[in-house]
Design a protein around this ligand. Structure first.
Ligand SMILES: [Zn+2]
Length: 439
């Protein structure tokens, strides 16, 4: 073990005065988060930092990815790194909530993860729908009927009386807070129905659908690191993985396909290197997790694009949010018409006030293809938003792996307000006052 290199991941700031430096980092298969003009933050180990130095860059080490753990951990359960839930626990939690609250919640299976499809472990993926009970009732009656009545909706079919808000979380496994926030949103609605006026109003007027974990195999890898969660971002499809990146390491390089670069709409503009953090996969929609989400969009929403092309009309319903970390961004689709983009920009500013809002080019500073919002907006005309929760700083709440206490103290109040606004906008998401003049 002598001379063993430090393989722990760190955040580094790298000056990128021109596209040349951005390309060097992208070619190395590393994801970037903006850190002010001409600078990006990356999360890699010392060995990768050295390869970037060899190519003329100057990464400045800022902080370790792993935060100091709180002195006491909870009693042994299905959590890791101070309280984060495993994929199995998140899937079980959705089923448990539906079992306890059949009057307002239903779970549907939506497909298998890559490992499960091959019959070698993995998970059956699920989505939970929450909506109010079918009959008129007082709040007290609603609270009591949660355990007995029937939900007014939640059928896995595109025709629904109430507008729908779909949240997908943790498609990138290492973005730890995202799955926890989906969990808390589920609990807030299920517990609050009949007692909390906002939760009650949301469920009486809206169907809220939540995929608690979109990349369960990847989360298993991340959680297997325990108090040093592994930097797995992608799914675990290793069929194209060369020996050089057969195991995910502190660089974040490793096996798998980036599910948020694998969707069919606009697929093909990202990395073809199977080791890259943003490997797009061998072909459009190649991964079972991608198929599950794509099919879920089509099961829940009608195509609202006009047949002759042009703008999605103001009467379109439904809203889709894909939750990521980090950077405090509200990212709108890159494939919207200028009128729709202006409307979605206004919608995003309402949902995440204080975050930087724009297309991925305008926010994270580089183009992305084959993403959830490319698919949901491009194929069906849905109002779609990618939220990147969490600051890019060295505080306990910064980065991919915030201290668990940050979920409650910092992120939940922010995201509860954001999800509430989204749910309340689901009936007419495009009816916004444009924030830029239309030509
Ligand atoms: Zn992400």
């Amino acid at each position: 073990m002598a001379h063993a290199q430090d393989d722990a991941p760190y955040y580094w700031d790298v000056a990128v005065p021109s596209q040349t430096q951005v390309d060097i980092i992208a070619d190395a298969g590393i994801e970037m988060v903006p850190a002010g003009p001409g600078t990006v933050t990356i999360a890699v180990d010392e060995a990768v930092a050295q390869t970037l130095r060899d190519r003329g860059l100057n990464p400045i080490k800022r902080a370790p990815v792993y935060k100091p753990l709180p002195p006491e951990r909870r009693a042994p359960d299905d959590t890791y790194y101070g309280g984060y839930h495993t994929a199995a626990d998140m899937l079980r939690h959705a089923r448990d909530v539906a079992t306890k609250n059949p009057g307002i919640a239903q779970v549907h299976n939506i497909g298998k993860s890559w490992l499960a499809e091959r019959g070698t472990g993995g998970h059956t993926m699920n989505v939970i729908c929450l909506t109010g009970i079918a009959k008129q009732a007082t709040d007290k009656e609603k609270a009591a009927a949660k355990a007995t009545a029937q939900p007014d909706g939640c059928a896995l079919s595109p025709s629904s009386r109430k507008p729908r808000f779909l949240l997908t979380a943790q498609i990138h496994a290492r973005e730890l807070a995202t799955g926890e926030l989906a969990w808390k949103w589920i609990d807030y609605l299920a517990t609050g129905y009949g007692t909390d006026p906002t939760a009650t109003s949301i469920l009486d007027t809206t169907e809220v659908w939540i995929v608690p974990v979109t990349n369960p195999d990847g989360v298993d890898v991340t959680a297997s690191g325990g108090n040093r969660p592994k930097m797995q971002r992608k799914n675990v499809n290793n069929s194209a993985t060369p020996p050089s990146c057969a195991v995910v390491d502190g660089s974040g390089r490793g096996p798998g396909v980036d599910l948020n670069r694998n969707f069919p709409v606009r697929w093909g503009g990202d990395s073809r290197n199977p080791c890259s953090q943003t490997y797009q996969g061998p072909r459009a929609g190649s991964e079972p997790e991608t198929q599950a989400v794509k099919n879920l969009y089509a099961s829940l929403f009608t195509n609202q694009r006009p047949s002759g092309g042009g703008d999605v009309p103001d009467t379109a319903k439904g809203i889709v949010i894909d939750l990521h970390a980090y950077g405090n961004y509200g990212i709108i689709p890159s494939n919207a018409t200028s009128k729709n983009a202006s409307q979605l920009r206004a919608l995003a500013k309402k949902i995440v006030p204080g975050f930087i809002v724009g297309t991925s080019e305008e926010t994270v500073g580089y183009s992305t293809t084959g993403t959830t919002d490319d698919q949901a907006h491009g194929a069906l005309g849905l109002a779609t938003l990618t939220i990147e929760i969490g600051p890019n700083n060295t505080s306990a709440c910064g980065g991919f792996m915030p201290r668990y206490s940050c979920v409650d103290s910092t992120f939940w109040p922010q995201i509860k307000r954001a999800f509430t606004t989204a749910a309340q906008s689901a009936g007419a998401p495009y009816k916004q006052t444009p924030t830029q003049p239309n030509p």
